[in-house]
Every structure is written in structure tokens, then in C-alpha cells.
Design a protein around this ligand. Structure first.
Ligand code: FAD
Length: 348
């Protein structure tokens, strides 16, 4: 009775939801890349990461964001230091008015939410908010999730590249496969979703221990952000870029310059002897036209045409950390019947 996933933040959150329901010992994570690895084909370690209004305004995105925020807020309060997540004051600015639905939705649940008075906005900014966000030390949070899953919940991990989704059915006991393959969903046989595309982001890792706030500016053709990296000895992530359909892992000097200029304009405190740029990196957000796909599919595998279930959960774009837990809850809910029917004892 194995349930198989992948090891980005999306797959690990599905494993967490299954483990919290008591199915940890019956869950196996199979992945080519695992926490601790870096690869352009493994997006999760490159994220900022924070909760922000960068996500879309459709009902799915609004729901997943809310579930994700509530989960991260509670994790920061209960186990923030171990999980590398922290409450952080945040300011977000828009050059053009954002959707009212989105702002109203966020206002209903974000801690300390406040709209900034028009006269207090910087030049060129049409709208701004303040709230308490959650910042996440992405590479360390992935390691935390893996450790928690394996050591506390008994989840098994196999490092392996699978040639197709159906290869996840390791035996006749495998009932459900969760397909959380990120950018690979575009090419992976059994998925081959032509709506998927990468959105490249270049970022700078800098040391700036005097910066303790998150700040973002959403422009028409740009995203500029400063995200303190929690429990990291004073590091911050400076960004960024949202380049649709660009898949290069290379980093470019002029993009680093652009990031430094824009972030220093946004947060003049960065212009200090205490700020030291440590490196430039690029990652590919797994984007999808119309938003992420969280849906079950009944398929047949093997010569005998055995009926099994694949649950797709990919296409999180720039929101895998903030929305990942919400997406995982809904992905698992699509197979409640199959999971309840498993012939196992809950280990809660
Ligand atoms: C610069 C940048 C900044 C970002 N900032 C934020 C932020 O502030 N907040 C936020 O919420 N999000 C942010 N994101 C987005 C976030 O990082 C992604 O949404 C998230 O990492 C996607 O996770 P994933 O699990 O879908 O994909 P991945 O992390 O790519 O994981 C995919 C997994 O599937 C495995 N896999 C794929 N194919 C196979 C196969 N055939 N066989 C076996 N294993 C396979 C891989 O090895 C890997 O384990 C940012 C991203 C970037 C690039």
C-alpha cells in the first residue's frame, strides 16, 4: 500500500498531510532530487521564500494561499526555529491597482493587515499594504521536512528518476501515486502537459543582518523584493525576475546589477557597508497556464490494465511555499475514499 510522491516542497507537503493523517509508514517519496541537492531541474531550493500577494486572484489561488498562510503561521509559532520559518513584518507595493477580490481575501486572514494611506506611498506606487508575513529559509526548510517525515513519521525515501508516471506503481499494493514533478510535468510520459512552462528568476544571496523586514514592489514588467532569510546568520534574498518561458540556469551580471539597483531604491538601508553580496543564482518556477493542476485521474497500468489513481499536483509557479500546504490538503482530499479503504492501521 504505497503512496508515492516527489521531493520538492509540493511533494513533501503532500507527504506531510498524509503523515499527519497517520499514513506516514505507508508513504514512499521517490525523487531524482532530494533536499540538500541543487539542480536547475529542482526548483525548491532556489526560492526566496515568503508569503506574498504574488499569486493569482482566482478562487483556487485565494483558497490555497489562505490554507498555506494559516499552516505556516501556526508552524512559526510552534516550531519556527527548527522549521526555519519566521513571522516577519512586510510591506508590498503595486504600481497598478491589484484585484480588489485578492486584497479583500487577504485582508480577512493576514495578521496585522493594513492598507497604506495614499499620501504615504512612494512615487509611482498606486497601492500598498502592511502585514505580518512568514519568511522561509527554503533549503533548510526542505531538510526539516525530510527529517520530520523520515524520523518522526516513518516515511520511506528512494532516490530514483522514473521514466514515466506509471513507473511509480512499484507493486500491486501501490494504490495512489501523487505526481508532484514541477517543471518535469511538461515532458514526463503519462503527463505531458503542454500548459506548463518555466518562469526564470535570478536572485542574489547577500549578507545584510541589519535588514529585518520583507519588502516587495510588483511592477508592470518587473518584481523587486527583499526577503530576510530566517535563522541564517543575517542573509537576505534580493530579487528578482519573472521571465516566462526562459529556461537557462545561467546567471547574468546585468541582471545582478538591476537587482541591486532596484532593491536599494526600494530599501535604502541596503546601501550600507554591512551589505555583502555572496552570490547570484537562477531557478525556474514551474508555471502553468490557468494555474496549478490539483486533480485526480483514474488510469490503468500494466498488461492486466489494473485500475489505479494518479493525483496531479504541479504548476505552483512562484507560490509553492506559500500555497503548498493548501494544495496538498486538497490533493489528499481527492482520494479520501481510496486512502480510507487501505487495509492498514492509522499510526497517529
Ligand atoms: C527565484 C525563485 C523565487 C521563489 N520565491 C518563492 C517565494 O517567495 N514563495 C513561494 O511560495 N514560492 C517561491 N518560489 C516558487 C517555488 O520555489 C516553487 O513553486 C516550488 O519550489 C515548486 O516546487 P515543486 O515541488 O513543484 O517542484 P520542484 O522543487 O522542482 O520538485 C520537483 C521534484 O520532482 C522530482 N522529479 C521530477 N521528475 C522526476 C522523475 N521523472 N523521476 C523522479 N523524480 C522526479 C524532482 O527530482 C524533485 O524532487 C520561487 C521560485 C524561484 C525560482
Amino acid at each position: 500500500m504505497l503512496i508515492l510522491l516527489r521531493a520538492g516542497v509540493i511533494g513533501l507537503n503532500v507527504a506531510l498531510v498524509l503523515a499527519e493523517k497517520g499514513y506516514g509508514r505507508h508513504t514512499t517519496v521517490i525523487a531524482e532530487h532530494l533536499p540538500g541537492d541543487t539542480s536547475i531541474n529542482y526548483t525548491s531550493p532556489w526560492a526566496g521564500a515568503n508569503f506574498s500577494a504574488i499569486s493569482a486572484s482566482d478562487p483556487n489561488a485565494l483558497r490555497w494561499d489562505k490554507l498555506g498562510y494559516m499552516h505556516l503561521l501556526s508552524l512559526a509559532a510552534k516550531d519556527g526555529k527548527n522549521a526555519f520559518v519566521k513571522e516577519t513584518p512586510s510591506v508590498e507595493y503595486w504600481d497598478e491597482l491589484p484585484s480588489r477580490e485578492k486584497i479583500d481575501s487577504m485582508a480577512a486572514y493576514l495578521k496585522d493587515f493594513k492598507e497604506i494611506a495614499t499620501q504615504d506611498l512612494p512615487a509611482g506606487v498606486a497601492f500598498g499594504i502592511k502585514f505580518t508575513t512568514i519568511t522561509i529559509n527554503a533549503p533548510m526548510h526542505l531538510l526539516y521536512l525530510l527529517r520530520k517525515l523520515t524520523q518522526e513519521y516513518g516515511v520511506q525515501v528512494i532516490r530514483k528518476k522514473l521514466p514515466r508516471v506509471s513507473s511509480g506503481y512499484l507493486s500491486k499494493d501501490t494504490k495512489v501515486v501523487f505526481n508532484c514533478t514541477g517543471n518535469a510535468a511538461k515532458e514526463l510520459p503519462g503527463v505531458q502537459d503542454s500548459k506548463c512552462f518555466p518562469t526564470r528568476g535570478q536572485i542574489l544571496l547577500a549578507r545584510a543582518s541589519h535588514v529585518q523586514q520583507n519588502i516587495m514592489r510588483h511592477g508592470k514588467d518587473y518584481e523587486t523584493y527583499v526577503i530576510p532569510r530566517p535563522y541564517s546568520n543575517g542573509n537576505v534574498i534580493l530579487g528578482g525576475f519573472m521571465q516566462k518561458n526562459v529556461g537557462t540556469p545561467d546567471t547574468f551580471g546585468e541582471e545582478s546589477e538591476s537587482i541591486l539597483t532596484r532593491t536599494t531604491d526600494l530599501l535604502p538601508a541596503l546601501n550600507s557597508n554591512e551589505t555583502e553580496v555572496l552570490g547570484a543564482f537562477a531557478g525556474l518556477r514551474p508555471s502553468r497556464e490557468g494555474g496549478a493542476r490539483v486533480a485526480r485521474e483514474n488510469v490503468q497500468v500494466g498488461d492486466a490494465g489494473r485500475r489505479v489513481v494518479v493525483v496531479h499536483n504541479y504548476g505552483a509557479g512562484g507560490t509553492g511555499y506559500q500555497a503548498g500546504y493548501g494544495m496538498a490538503v486538497e490533493a489528499v482530499n481527492t482520494v479520501t475514499e481510496e486512502i480510507n479503504a487501505l487495509d492498514i492501521q492509522s499510526h497517529l
